[in-house]
Design a protein around this ligand. Structure first.
Ligand SMILES: Cc1cc2nc3c(=O)[nH]c(=O)nc-3n(C[C@H](O)[C@H](O)[C@H](O)COP(=O)(O)OP(=O)(O)OC[C@H]3O[C@@H](n4cnc5c(N)ncnc54)[C@H](O)[C@@H]3O)c2cc1C
Length: 477
């Protein structure tokens, strides 16, 4: 997979290998911004904390974000208000403002050097037909007490800006957050969790390095690896974005995002322009290469130069536009945090605080709005409608004929791939997670699951996503 600007400009933390203990008080699964924030906000507790990461920490979605710290999230408040009422929209707005304060306070209090910059942020419509969306969002923000400033530009149909938003370097932030965890926190890398089961007085966590018992478990692995009881595949969907960068002379102090069907998300970092575009549903993965090339062209058209670097990233979305953060079942100490709708710098930080508050104080002002067990008719309806594109993923796979062919071995469909030395390898065409048909991603040279986002290397090794296994692979012949 292509590396992001953040991975290119930060050094990896060396976490010493240790033997997994048999028991701990709190077990956090996943070493992205959510897992690390949870460990950080639990630092006051004297309880032992174990954080388990299947690969290396900070190599997941957090490494490939655009890292805006922002409450201006396209037209999200209007969407929430339309589906769940204005009170929920206001509560979500407050949660994002609180998350920004929390993140900035954490950075300042701990003197974390992560290139935090206060910027103004612009919401705009490029096309006249979408002006109404921006205006409705502006009216809602003003109702919530936010001040907006009109933007005049002949490149857009309508836009306004807000202040008190930020940008930072996400990996510098998360890496330094590690220096401020409690002494009772231990991190174990290369430790894949494949099951969590209820036992007397807690949970048994099954990993590739043996079992661990904990009284509290936090599942912060982006997309939960278990299907029951959370039913994540029904409640969520994934979208993929393409990010492009180039060097520029100056670094403007603003970010921008639009509401048109073609995403334009812009920010700057130390003489770099960062542009995300061509967002599409993961179930449309067959358009991968086209989307990537179109994104490149769109960059060139907008900024008059070619991008010098690019990367691909995907995030989990909920059908009601609100994340799922909290207890997986009422009165249980199994917590989950997912579906940030591409706003995980604020929501990942807030998730850490909410879960820490629920563990330490048994309450959080945001417990009910983000409750993972919430149910509503509109949520149920959009989950049913949202599941339709998945049917495509279970039908016969579309794949790049230049790179692979497909054959049956003992009646099981296999892809045939050629390695660099011209040797043939045979791997099964189905994702181990829920048997959705895999697609070959020419841009990153990975096998991708269009249903739930698992990604595998050319030879079938699990890279990311909810799968707990590599793709089954037969020996080269
Ligand atoms: C293109 C793009 C741009 C974005 N830009 C922004 C932005 O500007 N601002 C913003 O707020 N948000 C943005 N986001 C969203 C944000 O990046 C994500 O929501 C956030 O990084 C998710 O963090 P996480 O900790 O939940 O997941 P991750 O960073 O993926 O961490 C999860 C970790 O869990 C590990 N794991 C998974 N399964 C297991 C297992 N079974 N056992 C052990 N470990 C496991 C993984 O290896 C991984 O390290 C963007 C998203 C995309 C796609």
């Amino acid at each position: 997979m292509k590396k992001s600007l953040w991975e290119e400009t930060s050094s990896k933390r060396n976490i010493p290998e240790k033997t997994l203990p048999k028991k701990t008080d709190i077990c956090i699964i996943g070493g992205g911004i959510t897992g690390l924030s949870t460990a950080y906000f639990l630092k006051e507790t004297s309880q032992n904390i174990v954080l388990l990461e299947k690969g290396h920490i900070l190599e997941g979605v957090t490494a490939k974000t655009t890292a805006k710290i922002n409450f201006l999230q396209a037209d999200i408040y209007h969407k929430i208000a339309r589906q769940s009422g204005i009170l929920k929209a206001k509560k979500y707005y407050q949660s994002q403002k609180d998350a920004i304060s929390l993140l900035v306070h954490t950075i300042q209090q701990n003197q974390i050097q992560c290139d935090l910059e206060e910027v103004s942020s612009i919401l705009f419509a490029k096309e006249a037909k979408n002006v109404e969306k921006v205006k409705k969002e502006e009216a809602l923000l003003q109702k919530f007490g936010e001040k907006t400033k009109p933007i005049k530009s002949d490149k857009i149909a309508y836009g306004y800006s807000v202040s008190n938003t930020y940008t930072f370097h996400p990996l510098k932030y998360c890496n330094q957050l590690l220096n401020h965890l409690s002494d009772a926190t231990s991190i174990y890398e290369n430790t894949l969790v494949y099951q969590v089961s209820k036992i007397d007085h807690g949970y048994r966590i099954f990993t590739n390095h043996g079992n661990l018992d904990a009284s509290t478990v936090v599942v912060s692995c982006h997309y939960p690896f278990f299907i029951f009881p959370m039913l994540t595949p029904l409640k969520t969907y994934l979208k993929r974005d393409y990010v492009y960068t180039c060097e520029i002379k100056e670094t403007p102090s603003w970010t921008a995002i639009n509401v048109d069907s073609d995403l334009h998300s812009i920010r700057f970092y130390k003489n770099h322009l960062i542009y995300a575009t061509k967002e599409h549903l993961l179930t449309d993965l067959s358009t991968e290469e086209n989307a990537f090339l179109h994104g490149k062209k769109s960059f060139q058209k907008l900024f008059g130069k070619k991008p010098t670097d690019s990367w691909i990233n995907q995030d989990v979305y909920s059908h009601d536009h609100l994340p799922f953060i909290g207890r997986v079942r009422k009165n249980e100490n199994l917590f989950v945090a997912t579906a940030y709708n591409a706003w995980g710098m604020t929501n990942g930080t807030l998730a850490g605080k909410i879960i820490a508050d629920l563990i330490l104080k048994n309450e959080s002002p945001y417990e009910s709005i983000f409750d993972p067990t919430r149910k509503s008719i509109p949520l149920l309806m959009s989950s049913i409608i949202g599941s339709v594109p998945y049917i495509k993923g279970y039908l016969s796979p579309l794949f790049s004929k230049e790179v692979v062919t497909k054959i049956n071995i003992n009646n099981v469909p296999h892809f045939v791939i050629l390695d660099k030395d011209g040797h043939k390898h045979f791997i099964q065409t189905k994702c181990p997670h829920m048997k959705c048909s895999l697609l070959w991603n020419k841009v990153d040279e990975t096998w991708d699951c269009p249903c739930h986002g698992s990604r595998f290397s050319r030879d079938g090794k699990l890279l990311m996503g909810p799968s707990k296994e590599n793709i089954e692979k037969d020996e080269a012949t």
